[in-house]
Design a protein. Structure first.
Length: 258
């Protein structure tokens, strides 16, 4: 049974298809049908301790860890719960994203939505690519608490080009690890066409930026329309008054009349 289930599930890292070298693309398929798709650029900012030059005091350094393109992955799809797990540099770093689909009642009736419910990042400070001379090197786990991010109506994909920062609490003396996400498009449920995202649900930041870009154009069009209307009214008024008989205002001009 396990072998049959494994054969029915496929995971694909399609990051090589992205023109952005910092952006990764992951696809999970079950029964030859796409059930989870994720595209994003990710970087972790991880504080860690090193010895000062006197070897008595501790200093805090910062490791900037990007998500590598050649990452290994596995995933799990479900009706209400889905998961994506990504690891790189021989599993020195592992990112696990958990998604949850829920329903709630509104004035319009019952509605369903999905959200990113948990993030877990495991990192090894003994790995020398990003950590230099860490004190007490070893594995640590940074995770979210009561996370409700990327909230999206069911059947739609979440899209956000702007950078977002999510804070994670590490087992390394409760240090705060920052996850920076950008160029995000994710859909963990209800994908109706293979390798095709559903209708996008834009994040508030993108919506605001789009409004800021289009607002000057709209105001310009309104101003241009007002100017055109004003000129038309003036032209019509001038034409009507030009055709009317002009009555002399100076009474002396009436002596030649009659």
């Amino acid at each position: 049974t396990v072998a049959r289930l494994a054969a029915e599930q496929e995971v694909e890292n399609l990051s090589g298809l992205s023109p952005n070298p910092e952006k990764d693309i992951f696809v999970v398929r079950e029964n030859r049908t796409t059930c989870l798709m994720a595209e994003f650029a990710a970087k972790f900012i991880v504080p860690y301790d090193v010895w000062a030059s006197n070897y008595v005091d501790l200093l805090t350094e910062q490791a900037d860890i990007p998500l590598a393109r050649g990452a290994e992955m596995k995933g799990k799809c479900g009706t209400n719960e889905s998961e994506l797990e990504i690891s790189w540099l021989e599993q020195a770093y592992t990112l696990k994203l958990s998604f949850l689909k829920e329903g709630h009642n509104t004035s319009r009736g019952p509605e369903a939505f999905w959200r990113l419910s948990r993030i877990q990042f495991t990192y090894d400070t003994s790995e020398r690519t990003y950590f230099k001379d860490a004190v007490s090197p070893g594995k640590h786990t940074a995770s979210s608490h009561r996370l409700s991010a990327l909230v999206t109506p069911a059947g739609k994909s979440y899209e956000c080009q702007a950078q977002q920062t999510i804070s994670l609490i590490s087992s390394d003396h409760q240090k705060s690890v920052q996850l920076l996400l950008s160029e995000v498009r994710i859909q963990p449920f209800d994908i109706t066409a293979d390798f095709v995202f559903g209708e996008e649900h834009k994040c508030p930041v993108d919506q605001r930026e789009q409004l800021e870009e289009t607002l000057p154009l709209i105001l310009g069009l309104i101003l241009g329309l007002v100017i055109v209307i004003t000129l038309c009214v003036y032209h019509i008024h001038h034409k009507l008054t030009a055709n009317q008989v002009q009555i002399p205002r100076d009474r002396s001009q009436y002596k030649h009349m009659g």
